[in-house]
Design a protein around this ligand. Structure first.
Ligand SMILES: Nc1ncnc2c1ncn2[C@@H]1O[C@H](COP(=O)(O)OP(=O)(O)OP(=O)(O)O)[C@@H](O)[C@H]1O
Ligand SMILES: [Mg+2]
Length: 139
C-alpha cells in the first residue's frame, strides 16, 4: 500500500504521472472516491502522461459513460460507472469488450461494480481531506 498527498491539481497530475508508470496495455486502474474527490482530475494527469497526443480530448465522462482516447502507442478507456445500475447496463456500454482489447481501462465509481473488476486491477482510493488536499491510497 502506498499513500500520496496532493495539495493542488498540479500535484494530483504529478501523482498520476507516477502511477501511470505501472500501467501498460491491458492494465486496469479502478478509482474509488466520492463526488469531487478528484477522479477526473487524476485521469487527466494520467492521460497526459500516457498519451500526450490525446490530451485535448479529455473531459469528464459524466455525460458519456465511456470516453476513448486512442493514442499512437496506447488506447485508454475511461469509464464513469456512476449512472449504471446493474451488470446489463455495464454490458451495454461494451465494458467487457473494452477490457479484452488490450488498452488501459480506468473506472470512476469502481465501488459500484466491485465484482466486475478484473482480478489484477490496481486500486486507487481518493479522499477529500481538505479544500485542496487529496489523499491517494494505492493497493
Ligand atoms: N488536490 C486536488 N486534486 C484534484 N482536484 C482538486 C484538488 N484540490 C481541489 N480540487 C478540486 O476538486 C474537484 C475535483 O473534481 P473531479 O471532477 O476531478 O472529481 P470526480 O472525483 O471526478 O467527481 P465525480 O464523482 O463527480 O465525477 C475539482 O473542482 C478540483 O478543482
Ligand atoms: Mg469524475
Amino acid at each position: 500500500m502506498e499513500i500520496y498527498t496532493s495539495n493542488s491539481i498540479a500535484e494530483t497530475e504529478e501523482i498520476a504521472k507516477e502511477i501511470a508508470k505501472r500501467l501498460t496495455n491491458g492494465g486496469f486502474l479502478a478509482l474509488y472516491g466520492g463526488m469531487g474527490a478528484g477522479k477526473t482530475a487524476f485521469v487527466r494527469g494520467l492521460v497526459k502522461a500516457l498519451c500526450p497526443e490525446c490530451l485535448d480530448l479529455v473531459h469528464s465522462p459524466t455525460f458519456a459513460i465511456v470516453n476513448e482516447y486512442r493514442g499512437n502507442n496506447i488506447d485508454i478507456f475511461h469509464f464513469d460507472l456512476y449512472r449504471l445500475t446493474d451488470e446489463d447496463d455495464l454490458y451495454s456500454t461494451g465494458f467487457y469488450d473494452y477490457i479484452e482489447q488490450g488498452g488501459v481501462t480506468i473506472t470512476e465509481w469502481s465501488e459500484l461494480f466491485e465484482n466486475e473488476l478484473p482480478e489484477d486491477a490496481i486500486k486507487l482510493k481518493i479522499e477529500n481531506v481538505g479544500e485542496n488536499v487529496r489523499r491517494f491510497t494505492l493497493c
